[in-house]
Design a protein around this ligand. Sequence first.
Ligand SMILES: *Cc1c(COP(=O)(O)O)cnc(C)c1O
Length: 468
Amino acid sequence: MKIEKNNYLKKIPKVDYIYELAQKRNEFKGIYRKIIIRSIRKILEELRILIITDITKVDKDLLDETNILDKVLKSSISAMKPNLVKVINATGVIIHTNLGRSLFSSKIIENLNIIASNYSNLEFDLKTGKRGSRYKCIEQIICDLTGAESAIVVNNNAAAVLLCLNSLSKGKEAVISRSELVEIGGSFRIPDVMETSGTIMREVGTTNRTHLKDYELAVNEQTGILLKVHQSNFGIIGFTSSVDLIDIVKLGKKYKLPVMKDAGSGYLIDLSKYGLTKELTVSEIIKTGVDIVTFSGDKLIGGPQAGIIIGKKKYIEKIKYNPLNRALRIDKLTLAALEATLMLYQDENQALKNIPSLTMITESPETIESKAQICIDFIENLNCNKLTYSKLYLSSRVGGGSLPVEKLKSCCVGLKIHGMSVNKIYNHFKNQEIPIIGRIENDFFIMDFRTVKQNEILIICETIKKIV
Ligand SMILES: *Cc1c(COP(=O)(O)O)cnc(C)c1O
C-alpha cells in the first residue's frame, strides 16, 4: 500500500511542466500566468491529498496530463471572473439589500462614465480657480428638492446617523422612544450606533406607547438631542401611541435642543398617489421645523449608496467640520451618480421613468403579468410532463426597510419539478452562470416578475429548459 502511494506521488507532474503544456493550448490564451500557476498548484495539491488520504479513489486517469490540464483550465477560467457578478432578482423585493438595492439607469451611467474616466472639478472651484468644496455640486439641488437650508452627504445613512449624533450630542444624552430602537439588517442597531457615536441613550416610553410627557420628563441639563427614528422594517399595531415629530420639534424649541429625524428611506415623491401607504416626504419632514434629517441614497431615492444629511445651516456646519466627516466622505462616483439621480427628480415623470426602483414600484400588475405570461407560454411550449407550473397572483415588497407592511400586487410563476425538492430547484436556479434568485412559498419555487427586466425573461426561460 505504502509503495503504491509513493509510486503515485512520484507520478504527480511538476508545476512548470503542466504550465508548459498549458501554454500550448489555445484555451489558455488571455488567462494570466499567475492565475494558471495558482490553479495548477491547487489541482496538484488536491491530487496529492487524495493519494495520501484515499488511494482507492486514485487511478491512472486521474494522473493523466490531459485530465489535469482540463481541471486547471476550468479552475483558471473561474478565477478570471470577478466575484461580484450580475444576478437576476426574481424575489419581488425591489430594494433588496443583499442583491445591491438600487439600480442605475443609462442616464446615470452616462454621467458616471464621464466622471470616472476623466479629471473633474471635484474639489476645484471653476469660478475662482481655487480649491472648492466636494459637496457644492449637490448641496443646492438637495436643498431645492427638500426645502432644507443646508445639506451634506456621507458614505451611507448609518454613517449619517453616527456623524450627526457625534457632532451634536457627544457626551450628552439623546432622548429616544423605546419603540424606535430598531435593528436594520443585523449590523445597524440604533443603540449600538448611539453608543459608538459617544452619545448616551436615554430611552423613554414603552415599546407600544410613548407620550410627549415622556420626552419632556427626560429632558435635563445633560440632554444633547431629541431623536426620532423611522421604524423602517416593522410595524406596531394594536394599543399604540407615538408622538408626532411636530410636537417633538416644539419641545426642542422650548428647551433649545436640536431635534433629529432618521427617516431611513427618504421620499422625494409622494408615492401614495400611486397607491402606496402615505409616508411623509422629506420636504414634509423639513416643514415640521426639524433641525436635522438623515436618509439613505440607495433606498427609495433609488441612487447610489449614500447618507444624505439635511437641515439647519448652523447644525450642518458643525457636522461638516467634524473630523469624523472626513473619514465618512463619499467619492466622486457616488457624487456623480447622486447628482444625476437627483437631477431626475426635478421632473416627477422623468424620475418615475428613469429611476429603476421607482419604475418597478409603480409598474402596473398588467405589465408584470405580461412578463410572466412570456415565461408561461414558453413553459407550455416545452411540453414537459415533469414540470408543474402555476401563474400566481402574489405580492412583491418594496424592501430595504421601506414600507415594511406594504404589499404590491404582482404576478409570479411557480414551478415544481417532479422528483426534485423545491430547495433543489431554488439552488439550481441560484447556481447558474447568471444566478437567478427566486423565493420559496407554498412548496413552489416562485419567480416574481416585478423585479425581472424585460431582457432577463428569455434567460429565465432558457434556464427552465436547461434544468428540466
Ligand atoms: C436603512 C436605515 C438605516 C441605515 O441606512 P444605510 O444607508 O443602509 O446605512 C438607518 N436608519 C434607518 C431608519 C433605516 O431604515
